[in-house]
Design a protein around this ligand. Structure first.
Ligand code: SF4
Ligand code: SF4
Length: 227
């Protein structure tokens, strides 16, 4: 789809912010400080391995374990997701408040514990869930009402990134899948690309927050963040 006004404004802000390398004066110190906090090197396809089950695609029609339900499936939003939701007229789905996770939830995986303790979780909003912990974008018939303009975390799932291992893997949270020929199944490439994009967009978010906060305020995105 052509970008809506918020998303277009966000893209224009990124172009304006990165017109000159960020590490040139007068931004050098700011850039160095940010790079100590956040790894600013984007991931490319050749930087990661894709691990097993290699080239699975989900069989959502046969699934009884819907990944759009439950606190552990809370979707954290990137700035592009927020801008897209506003452009779609679905700002009602954006929530700054986070669900409360039990200690057991927090400790159930290293990746989750790390994420829940991260700036990304604290600062950025999530998709609203209803009183039964179902994503509020899910229809009564268990269809995603945002597809195909869903958040990046949804576009990549069940593919996920293990940054330490530089590995894109198929999440064990998805129990229903087919193994496919990755060359002829375009969904595999789409999900691998979305996995990398989800990571790289977070870098972009932190760069914009650090180097262009006034611009984000101007286009009305900071009001959705916990700053
Ligand atoms: S858990 Fe897997 S198969 Fe089930 S709805 Fe989610 S992606 Fe589809
Ligand atoms: S946006 Fe769609 S795919 Fe993502 S959690 Fe909600 S219903 Fe599921």
């Amino acid at each position: 789809m052509a970008f809506g006004p918020k998303r277009s404004a966000l893209e224009a802000l990124w172009t304006e912010t990165t017109r000159r390398p960020l590490w040139l004066p007068p931004n050098l110190l700011r850039y160095v400080r940010l790079s100590r906090r956040v790894n600013l090197v984007p991931l490319r396809r050749r930087d990661v391995r894709v691990e097993g089950p290699r080239f699975g695609v989900s069989k959502c029609n046969a699934c009884t374990n819907n990944c759009c339900v439950g606190k552990k499936n809370t979707v954290s939003l990137r700035l592009v997701d927020i801008a897209t939701l506003i452009d779609l007229g679905r700002a009602d789905l954006i929530r700054r408040e986070k669900p409360r996770f039990s200690e057991a939830d927090k400790l159930s995986s290293k990746a989750r514990a790390r994420f829940l303790a991260s700036d990304a979780f604290t600062v950025f909003p999530v998709l609203r869930q209803d009183e039964h912990d179902r994503c509020a974008a899910l229809s009564d018939g268990n269809r995603c009402t945002l597809h195909p303009h869903w958040p990046l975390s949804c576009a990549r799932f069940p593919y996920a990134l293990d940054l330490d291992a530089r590995e894109v893997f198929y999440s064990p949270r998805c129990p229903s899948y087919d193994i496919v020929d990755a060359v002829s199944e375009p969904r595999v490439k789409t999900m691998i690309d979305a996995t990398l994009a989800a990571y790289n967009e977070r870098i972009r978010d932190f760069v914009l927050l650090d180097h262009a906060r006034a611009g984000l305020e101007r286009i009305g995105l900071t009001e959705w963040l916990n700053l």
